[in-house]
Design a protein around this ligand. Structure first.
Ligand SMILES: [Zn+2]
Length: 284
């Protein structure tokens, strides 16, 4: 796993990841109205202290969340289930905002699974919310990832919408973009990146370097990427491949250092056609 630069200071134990920290930082900076995270009972006092020090309000869910960790995605989880608040395991969903009413509203929309209104409070663009609502039922059967629905072709896109590297704790948008050239998502990413360049330049440089990458996304065989790649026609050559899981597909990809792209969801590696639950994403 990559080691992303961290800026946790006195609150290191509070954050699950760099992205979890940044989602809260965007709220504090006024880049979004509301952020969502989860917290266990042990970290609650730290969360209270953090919010008091920074003038932030938070609301906790009246239930607990259990994440369904996926081995092929490096233990990362998009999907989760709800259990009673009395359950000894699981985390509270936490809704953070400068405005208590917004935090309360987010808690309410989350409780009734109103994705559209919750997404609006979280600052997600309308086009991406419509996209989310359109695919949510299908995605819920597949660990709630929307990347394959957003792919349309194999041209190189600007790195802003590269959401596939969140499995490596790298992304500059919090939502699934409706397409890799969604203007509203690019605009949010540019504002977030500007903030990172100003206040966390090490994270900004690290993110930008890695997001400009070739990503091979699979639903259940891992996510692979290289930020050292070149394209000649349909052939992509790469070095230094990174993976969420070092399985047989990883070793095949790493040993050949080359794939032939047939379409955005099919490729040839070492004379073998892969075209099931797979996506190729190219970012510059
Ligand atoms: Zn969009």
């Amino acid at each position: 796993m990559l080691c992303t630069p961290k800026y946790y200071d006195d609150f290191e134990g509070l954050w699950r990841s760099t992205l979890s920290f940044l989602d809260c930082a965007y709220v504090l900076k006024g880049l979004k109205f509301c952020g969502i995270d989860c917290v266990d009972r042990e970290r609650l006092p730290l969360l209270r202290k953090f919010c008091r020090v920074n003038g932030l309000c938070f609301e906790l869910s009246d239930y607990k969340i259990i994440h369904q960790s996926e081995k092929s995605k490096g233990g990362f989880s998009n999907a989760c289930s709800r259990v009673s608040i009395d359950c000894p395991c699981g985390n509270y969903a936490v809704f953070l905002s400068i405005d208590r009413i917004i935090a309360q509203l987010a808690k309410h929309y989350h409780a009734i699974s109103d994705h559209a209104n919750l997404g609006q409070l979280l600052g997600y663009p309308k086009c991406c919310l419509d996209f989310f609502c359109k695919h949510v039922e299908e995605a819920s059967q597949k660990n709630m990832d929307f990347i394959l629905y957003a792919l349309a072709d194999t041209k190189q896109y600007d790195f802003y919408t590269n959401k596939a590297l969140r499995y490596f704790d790298i992304a500059i948008i919090s939502h699934f973009p409706c397409s890799l050239n969604c203007p509203a998502s690019i605009s949010i990413a540019q504002k977030n990146l500007y903030f990172l360049q100003e206040e966390h330049p090490q994270i900004a440089t690290f993110f930008e370097k890695h997001l400009k990458s070739m990503v091979i996304y699979t639903e259940d065989q891992g996510i692979f990427f290289s930020n050292d790649y070149s394209i000649k026609g349909d052939i992509v050559e790469y070095r230094d491949l990174k993976a969420t899981v070092e399985n047989s597909l990883f070793h095949k990809l790493k040993n050949t250092n080359q794939i032939t792209i047939i379409s955005h969801n099919s490729l040839i590696v070492n004379q073998e056609l892969l075209s099931s639950n797979i996506g190729i994403l190219l970012f510059k």
